[in-house]
Design a protein around this ligand. Structure first.
Ligand code: DX5
Ligand code: ZN
Length: 226
């Protein structure tokens, strides 16, 4: 996984057909997805529940790009080895999920994965100031996590601050929530390079009409480049 700051579109399979994950993953990758974003929710850290390490392990053989696993769970540490075993390439934990995010990031790297740290909308950029040498990705939430299809919350000033704090470090800035062709240019201009999009990628498409996914992905990519 060589580092670069080109725009990467990461469809969230939270908006896929839950009875058909393998085919959905293959369809979005064939249609130009750069990464596959996997939203893990525990019904405790966030008010919704998705799937756990056994499901993520089942997704793995279908993902040929990068499996980007976003943990919206607390606690995190007891599950790190399970997600390594499941084959996560990037494992992201929330700053707000517990008192020891520094230890969590060390443990994620120690288990052989890239380490991501996510910030809820109410959490300032400064929360990761002492973590940037331990992280490979900072995820800026532009919705309150828990559900797809929510309205984008403007976090461009936070993204700009993070971009300046990161400097030359090989750390991605990922945006998660409400990304579409209207909002993508705002965050790309502020310095983000990984754009997660659920509803804006899957809307109108299906595994039987995958070209719609391709058009949706390209619309976000073109808007971000403009
Ligand atoms: C929100 C999840 C997101 C979500 C994005 O809790 O972390 O990844 O699926 O969905 P959209 O793009 O529909 O806002
Ligand atoms: Zn997510």
């Amino acid at each position: 996984m060589p580092f670069d700051r080109s725009i990467k579109i990461a469809p969230s399979i939270l908006s896929a057909d839950f009875a058909n994950f393998g085919a959905e993953i293959r369809a979005i990758e064939a249609q130009g997805a750069d990464w596959v974003h996997v939203d893990v929710m525990d019904g405790h850290f966030v008010p919704n529940l998705t799937f756990g390490p056994m499901a993520v392990k089942a997704f793995r053989p279908h993902v040929k790009t990068v499996m980007d696993v976003h943990l919206m769970i607390a606690p995190v540490d007891p599950y790190i080895d399970a997600y390594a075993e499941a084959g996560a390439d990037v494992l992201t934990a929330h700053v707000e999920a517990g008192p020891h995010i520094h230890r969590t990031l060390q443990a994620i790297r120690g288990a052989g994965m890239k380490a991501g740290v996510a910030l809820n909308p109410g959490t300032p950029a400064e929360a990761v100031a002492h973590l940037l040498d331990l992280a490979d990705l900072v995820c800026v939430m532009t919705v309150n996590p828990g559900f797809g299809g929510q309205k984008f919350i403007d976090m461009t000033s936070k993204v700009r601050a993070l971009r300046a704090m990161i400097g030359d470090r090989p750390v991605h800035i990922e945006i998660d929530g409400g990304v579409d062709p209207v909002t993508a240019p705002l965050v790309a201009a502020a310095g983000a390079d990984v754009l997660v999009a659920g509803s804006a990628v899957f809307k109108g498409g299906s595994v039987d009409a995958p070209e719609v996914y391709g058009r949706n992905i390209e619309a976000i990519r073109a808007a971000a480049a403009a």
